[in-house]
Design a protein around this ligand. Structure first.
Ligand code: SF4
Length: 395
């Protein structure tokens, strides 16, 4: 914003004013930005627009969860989900239109991949939801009933952001980090690092970069206690196997704002939910300061997978607790509007043929991946290229 304002020959403090009007007050009409000089407003009206993504669908679940389908053009749409709880309001946002990682249990992955979202399209999801919800009587009632320190004075409705929507955030690194910085910036949303979470399927080099560039809370989509199974469930594991992923997690820990990492584990009936696998998971994670989040699988057509029974989930959970691990079972939210974890599919024009490939394969059978070491230059170049190109090279 400072660079933009400088390009208009305006003083630097105008950048701060604009940030506050747009992100803190949620004002989109430049005419309403009353403390800007009239001449500056006229320039902005000529050159700029404050836009959010067009809303294609706005759905309300019976438990208060709300899901928006947002148009990102060229036939693509992404989803954002607001999850109200007693002591917080969490917004789950998307980072890509579709996803190239193609996890076996994820509806987004089955849709294929179209493109990375820009930083504006990422932060725009927060901008839109925060300011829309400020006029929602139910959201306001929650603020009054459950005031959160440092939150009630701002009238903020969204207290937490999780990058767990559509896409692999660390395969859209630069745009995601720009958006994260706005979430944390006091001139924009001022969220604490502890309340902003990036969820990754395990892009090891980018986990190291995130630790340096913008260390927010990190959640790792694990879903399997060994490489053989994880290769099938999360194909990226074939490039970054568990020992590399966990080493990156340990390197991240000193930078993590909450002093621990979260491992997500989707409970799939007969696939990863046995007692033996629970014990294997304990051995795998016992030396890492972490919380294990067990997620009952949310079935969707084409997955061919089933949710573990409640009894099995609790037996698995019990083994983790008995071994002294910190674990939780995630309450399923918004499943009547397909807003739960792994159900976000949006509407994606697949430019990668991932969907086609998936439909023609009974199982995920990725060929052996190249094992050559990457140079720093290659990694830097890859962080900015289209993820599917990267994955193609891996195949
Ligand atoms: S779980 Fe995440 S990384 Fe895997 S396919 Fe779905 S969106 Fe992509």
């Amino acid at each position: 914003m400072a660079a933009y304002v400088a390009g208009l020959n305006e003083k630097p403090f105008r950048a701060k004013q604009l940030m506050q009007w747009i992100h803190q007050r949620g004002v989109a009409d430049i005419n309403d930005m009353s403390d800007l000089a009239k001449s500056f407003r006229a320039t902005l009206l000529d050159k700029a627009e404050v836009l959010s993504l067009p809303v294609m669908k706005d759905e309300h679940a019976t438990d208060g969860t709300r899901k928006w389908l947002l148009d990102v053009g060229a036939g693509n749409a992404v989803e954002s989900v607001f999850i109200p709880e007693d002591d917080r309001g969490t917004l789950c946002i998307s980072s890509q239109a579709g996803c190239a990682v193609n996890c076996r249990f994820c509806s987004t992955g089955r849709q294929g991949f179209s493109r990375n979202l820009t930083s504006g399209e990422i932060i725009g999801q927060l901008w839109f939801a925060e300011h829309l919800l400020r006029s929602d009587p139910e959201a306001i009632r929650r603020i009054e009933k459950y005031p959160t320190p440092g939150w009630e004075h701002t009238g903020r409705v969204i207290s937490n952001v999780v990058m767990m929507g559509m896409g692999e955030p660390l395969l859209n690194y630069d745009n995601v980090v720009s958006a994260l910085r706005l979430m944390l910036d006091d001139r924009a949303y001022g969220l604490s690092r502890r309340r902003v979470t990036v969820s990754t399927s395990g892009v090891v080099p980018m986990i190291d970069r995130l630790a340096q560039d913008c260390p927010v809370a990190l959640a790792v989509s694990l879903h399997a206690p060994n490489d053989a199974l994880r290769d099938q469930l999360v194909p990226l594991n074939q490039k970054y196997p568990l020992h590399e992923l966990l080493a990156a997690c340990e390197r991240y820990l000193p930078f993590a704002p909450r002093d621990f990492l979260t491992f997500e584990y989707c409970m799939l009936d007969g696939v990863n939910d046995s007692d033996i696998q629970a014990k294997e998971l304990v051995r795998l994670l016992r030396n890492i300061k972490c919380k294990i989040n067990l997620i009952p699988f949310n079935p969707f057509p084409e997955s061919g997978l089933k949710r573990s029974s409640d009894q099995r989930i609790h037996a698995f959970f019990g083994i983790l607790l008995d071994a002294g691990m910190v674990a939780t079972v995630r309450k399923t939210r918004g499943d009547d509007i397909a807003a739960a974890c792994g159900q976000l599919a949006g509407d994606v024009v697949d430019r990668t043929k991932v969907r086609e490939r998936a439909l023609h394969k009974a199982e995920i059978e990725l060929t052996e991946l190249e094992s050559d070491e990457d140079t720093d230059e290659e990694l830097n170049a890859r962080s900015n290229e289209q993820p599917i190109e990267w994955l193609k090279k891996l195949n």
